[in-house]
Ligand binder design. Structure first.
Ligand SMILES: C[S@@+](CC[C@H](N)C(=O)[O-])C[C@H]1O[C@@H](n2cnc3c(N)ncnc32)[C@H](O)[C@@H]1O
Length: 248
């Protein structure tokens, strides 16, 4: 197929999801991604407590509310204010900010979370290496904030940006769950490299003591700690970007 034809098929498919989202009353076509993930893996059940990270404009939150029903609890968080949605508590703030994390804990009021659904994606700078490393840092943080709240047997699904560091991050996450796999819903099979990491059956008893973020950063530093003359042989300029300290 020609590039033009590829684009036509892709746009047509996206329009299809957009139309369906509108017809189904969903705020975003991304709702279908979570619906497809849910249909395949049943991460949420009726009556569950669900945390939706990076929830704006609320498509995934709508799917979570539908799934857990009136006895469930859904808490959403995003940097951007999300329009109120019946059946959900929506917070505005940065999930990496301790103040926002405390507000989340206050809303959860000691309840364990059965499922964490995260579609979080950082602002794109256009520099693929930096964007991808910031995105992976953010995902590691979602695990580190979420895991202590996640019930044994619970699930966590998060958007993942494919590229350097992904295997290391997945390796850091594996000991926390008995099942970890990548899944690409039809609704997101587009030209981007978007994939979701689906983690099931939380096994807190087998968790290492160091955080996911610490282990991930150590692995990436090890990987990048190579003599100068070997660096040129590496095709990508992936750098570990530490929040607040610019880039290494
Ligand atoms: C793809 S959108 C989510 C779409 C949503 N799942 C839906 O179905 O409507 C990704 C969201 O992540 C949010 N985000 C990025 N970084 C964040 C952070 N540090 N804290 C909270 N939200 C963040 C963005 O504001 C953005 O709204």
């Amino acid at each position: 197929m020609s590039v033009m034809a590829d684009h036509w098929v892709e746009n047509h498919r996206r329009d299809g999801w957009r139309r369906q989202a509108k017809a189904g009353g969903y705020r975003a076509r991304s709702a279908f991604k979570l619906k497809q993930i849910q249909a395949r893996f049943e991460l949420m059940r009726e009556g569950d407590v669900v945390l939706d990270v990076g929830c704006h404009p609320g498509g995934w939150t709508q799917v979570a509310v539908e799934t857990v029903g009136e006895h469930g609890v859904v808490v959403g968080i995003d940097l951007q204010a999300t329009q109120p949605l019946e059946g959900a508590t929506l917070l505005t703030g940065d999930v990496t900010d301790p103040y926002t994390q405390q507000r989340l804990l206050d809303v959860l009021a000691g309840r364990e979370v059965n499922a964490i659904v995260s579609d979080i994606s950082p602002d794109i700078t256009g520099n693929w290496d930096i964007d991808q490393s910031v995105a992976l840092d953010l995902v590691a943080m979602v695990f580190d904030f979420g895991l202590p709240r996640l019930a044994p047997g619970g699930a966590l699904v998060t958007k993942l940006f494919q590229g350097i560091g992904v295997e290391e991050l997945i390796g850091c996450v594996r000991p926390h769950f008995s099942k970890v796999r990548r899944f690409s819903p039809d609704a997101s099979r587009n030209s981007s490299s978007e994939v979701y990491l689906v983690c099931r059956n939380h096994t807190p008893w087998s968790a290492p003591s160091a955080t996911v973020g610490t282990r991930f950063e150590a692995l990436m530093s090890q990987r990048l700690d190579v003599p100068d003359d070997e660096v040129d042989a590496t095709p990508s300029g992936f750098r570990v970007v530490r929040r607040g300290s610019g880039q290494d």
